[in-house]
Design a protein around this ligand. Structure first.
Ligand SMILES: Nc1ncnc2c1ncn2[C@@H]1O[C@H](COP(=O)(O)OS(=O)(=O)O)[C@@H](OP(=O)(O)O)[C@H]1O
Ligand SMILES: Nc1ncnc2c1ncn2[C@@H]1O[C@H](COP(=O)(O)OP(=O)(O)O)[C@@H](O)[C@H]1O
Length: 212
């Protein structure tokens, strides 16, 4: 049955949502898992992409289907038109949140790894999903550890004033005040990516996401 739905973005009107007989429950049964979004937030260099890949590998080894939405990668395509101004970061997160919602509806375990510095943007994504299927993971890695890593040399450029508005240097990062998983890492005392991934898998298992 079609029902009139007003778009949350407010740009589309007179659109009707079309339901189909094969929906998320049927897809989850096929995949033997529950669609959800694992949202990894943290500073640049905190290990978001590394954790996303380690988590994806661990879940694959257990026969589960995931898909990674990485901020850096999406800025080569879908979000290539966006800057790092606050309003563009908000749009970046909004778009990724909507795509992640579609992947979760497809029955996948969607792993999003983006700095996503603003609490309001992250809670906007949380509100797109029914709450329990949005799992926020905060990679709590101090700026000095991220800066010491600096694999892309961006912190060095930011410190030299060659990059303006770099998160953590001259642009804000709002750590989560209440998220599902916090992974702490101190200078010289960081768990391995696999053990970090295992912590997330344990959460997914305990909350029923790894079975239909
Ligand atoms: N000004 C500025 N601030 C922060 N990050 C910057 C900036 N310019 C480029 N980069 C690189 O872009 C990556 C962050 O993209 P995201 O889409 O995750 O950022 S955001 O969520 O929109 O804030 C981020 O990648 P990661 O290091 O993987 O986090 C940076 O390498
Ligand atoms: N758990 C970890 N322990 C030690 N080094 C790590 C860990 N996770 C990531 N790294 C290293 O930190 C750097 C940044 O990791 P990356 O995943 O690119 O971070 P981000 O995606 O948050 O920018 C890389 O050189 C990576 O090898």
């Amino acid at each position: 049955m079609d029902k009139l739905v007003t778009s949350t973005v407010g740009k589309s009107t007179n659109i009707l949502w079309h339901d189909c007989p094969i929906g998320q429950p049927e897809r989850q049964k096929l995949l033997n898992q529950k669609g959800c979004v694992v949202w990894i937030t943290g500073l640049s260099g905190s290990g978001k992409s590394t954790l996303a890949c380690a988590l994806s590998r661990e879940l694959y080894s257990r026969g589960h289907l995931t898909y990674i939405l990485d901020g850096d990668n999406l800025r080569h395509g879908l979000n290539g038109d966006l800057s790092f101004e606050a309003k563009d970061r908000a749009e970046n997160i909004r778009r990724v949140g909507e795509v992640a919602k579609l992947f979760a509806d497809a029955g996948l375990i969607c792993i999003a790894s983006l700095i996503s510095p603003y609490r309001s943007d992250r809670s906007g994504c949380r509100n797109l999903l029914h709450n329990s299927s949005f799992i926020e993971v905060f990679l709590n890695v101090p700026l000095e550890v991220c800066e010491a890593r600096d694999p892309k040399g961006l912190y060095k450029l930011a410190r030299a004033g060659k990059i303006k508005g770099f998160t953590g240097i001259d642009d804000p990062y709002e750590p989560p005040s209440d998220c599902e998983i916090v992974i702490h890492c101190k200078a010289g005392d960081c768990a391995t990516p696999k053990s970090m991934a295992d912590k997330v898998v344990t959460y997914l298992e305990a909350n029923g996401f790894l079975q239909e």
